[in-house]
Design a protein around this ligand. Structure first.
Ligand code: MCA
Length: 507
């Protein structure tokens, strides 16, 4: 069993009668599915995709709200050896034009709310519109072809996913994740966190990122666990689900980003809820502040397990299930991962304990970026993946991410490229130049802010710049603060000094 798909098929048959998924919409249970039903329904959709001419290696964009159909469509795409390309359903037209051009999909499956825009940007593409507001069992999916065959020779090096991640050039890069990456990553998480058939994972994450789709969904299915899934993150609904203490939906594991924990802790401020049955509070996608580590222990009753990963590499480090969990540390490497800490200039390993760029090598690491050979070449040195993160290791072997070489902003767990936002702001005729940075923020971890220089004699209000950004960029990327300044702090080479730009915002 060397592919993610064979792992999934094994679970579908081994846990056929077991409940796999309860899906809640706006806090109310909409659907329950067993492993056997997930298998049959995804067979039907797979048959439908084949009848539409979708074949192995084709890209299928999923551009729809979090829903049962999204999950079944993803499984169906895997069953025919095609490639799932999940995209944030709130992306704007300009962003979607880029993704469609880059991914070159055979089919775009979109929700009703996304259909009009897709009709405009992808008139030459095959599009399937689904009404994800309708409970899955009422959806008229496909003819009843319950049986379909998996490509015989599907192997670990076949691509399964393309997940777009922000790049320093301003154009997102599609990280290609092959079956071997995804299988190894899920098995690693099952191993280090002992995910098992008795676990019930509470899932409030988006499905268009590795965290929600792979670390949570794939891992749960491969472990024979069950999932209580919410269609969106609402603290009151999450706590309602986590508070259940009897029946078959007593959650045992919660995976989230720090911004979600902060919202939950704020919500619980004046409430007393017994959550002692949750055995694992996992946090990742962004740094967990030590003060929030302690708040979680105090309010939820257990220390969180902070872990670190990347879209390109899967989960890299985790604090241990047993043993010391160190606030501020991302923990120790997951099995089979080789780690070096390297001077980015000399490419030589730094002396023990010193800070350098974290380089990784292992079975979960992407082979590269979709149709971006130059970006792929720059990302690797002799088979080692350059993370672009600076870090160090302590005497106990625990790792710490201390900074980022690349200027990526992590806002609410979302990786955001300043360049992409600067490119949009600089389109305004009144704008001479701009610089976008992340500054610390209680709610988001980091928030996106922009310093903007106008042409001489020009005037424009920040609100106008915000409206312009929201036209071209996903809302999460839009600066939460915009400062019109006389000029940008630059060094003698004329390069903008980002640290000093942060200083303009009082950091
Ligand atoms: C929401 N807003 C945000 C963000 N989320 N602004 C900046 N950054 C964000 N991340 C804004 C909205 O635009 C809106 O502002 C207002 O907050 C309320 O929006 P709402 O949708 O209600 O917010 P929410 O539902 O509370 O969303 C917060 C969230 C979401 C649930 C934390 O940001 C989220 O799902 N983050 C997780 C992303 C993720 O899955 N990351 C994993 C990447 P306005 O009203 O002005 O429009 S994978 C990864 O990093 C690696 C592999 C790893 O290791 O995990």
């Amino acid at each position: 069993m060397s592919t993610l798909l064979h792992g999934l098929l094994d679970s579908f048959s081994r846990y056929k009668e077991k409940k796999a998924l309860s899906f809640y919409r706006n806090g109310t249970k909409e659907t329950e599915l067993t492993y056997g039903q997930l298998d049959i329904y995804s067979n039907k959709v797979a048959r439908g995709l084949l009848d539409m001419g979708v074949t192995r290696g084709d890209r299928v964009i999923l551009f729809m709200p979090k829903s049962v159909f999204f999950l079944i469509a993803h499984l169906a795409i895997q069953k025919i050896g095609a490639i799932t390309v999940p995209l944030n359903p709130q992306f704007k037209e300009a962003e979607m034009r880029y993704f469609i051009e880059d991914a070159d999909p055979r089919l775009i499956v979109c929700g009703k709310a996304q259909a009009r825009m897709i009709g405009q940007v992808a008139s030459d593409r095959e599009v399937m519109v689904v009404d994800t507001d309708v409970p899955y069992q009422e959806m008229d999916t496909f003819a009843d072809h319950p049986d379909q065959t998996v490509p015989e020779d599907l192997g670990p090096n076949d691509p399964a996913l393309i997940i777009y991640t922000s790049g320093t050039t301003g154009k997102p890069k599609g990280a290609v994740l092959i079956h071997g990456n995804l299988l190894h990553d899920a098995h690693n998480i099952i191993h280090v966190w002992e995910i098992n058939t008795r676990d019930v994972i509470c899932h409030a994450l988006p499905l268009f990122h590795v965290h929600g789709l792979c670390f949570a969904f794939h891992t749960a299915l491969l472990a024979g666990a069950s999932i209580v899934m919410l269609d969106q993150f609402r603290p009151e609904h999450v706590i309602e689900r986590l508070s259940v203490q009897d029946g078959e939906e007593v959650c045992t594991v919660f995976m989230a980003v720090p911004a979600m924990y902060v919202r939950l802790l704020d919500y619980l401020e004046d409430k007393r809820v017994d959550l002692s049955h949750i055995r694992l509070w996992a946090s990742g996608s962004a740094p967990l502040l030590p003060k929030d580590f302690h708040r979680i222990k105090q309010t939820l009753g257990k220390e969180p397990v902070e872990r670190e990963g990347m879209t390109e590499t899967g989960m890299n480090f985790s604090n241990p299930l047993y043993g010391k969990r160190k606030p501020g540390s991302v923990g120790i490497p997951l099995p089979d991962l080789e780690v070096r800490i390297v001077d980015p200039e000399t490419e030589k390993d730094v002396p023990f304990g010193e800070v350098g760029e974290i380089w990784l090598r292992g079975p979960s690491i992407t082979p590269g970026y979709w149709r971006k050979p130059e970006e792929t070449r720059k990302a690797f040195v002799n088979g080692w993946f350059r993370t672009g993160d600076l870090g160090r290791v302590d005497e106990d072997g625990y790792f710490y991410i201390t900074d980022r070489i690349k200027h990526i902003i992590i806002s609410g767990g979302e990786n955001i490229s300043p360049k992409e936002i600067e490119n949009v702001i600089n389109q305004l005729p009144e704008v001479l130049e701009s610089s976008v940075v992340g500054v610390p923020d209680e709610k988001w971890g980091e928030k996106v802010v922009a310093a903007v220089v106008l042409h001489k004699g020009c005037a424009i209000k920040p609100e106008r710049i915000d409206r312009h950004c929201r036209k071209f960029l996903h809302d999460w990327k839009c600066p939460k603060e915009i400062l019109i300044v006389g000029d940008l702090p630059k060094n003698t080479m004329g390069k903008v000094m980002k640290e000093k730009v942060r200083g303009l915002f009082g950091v």
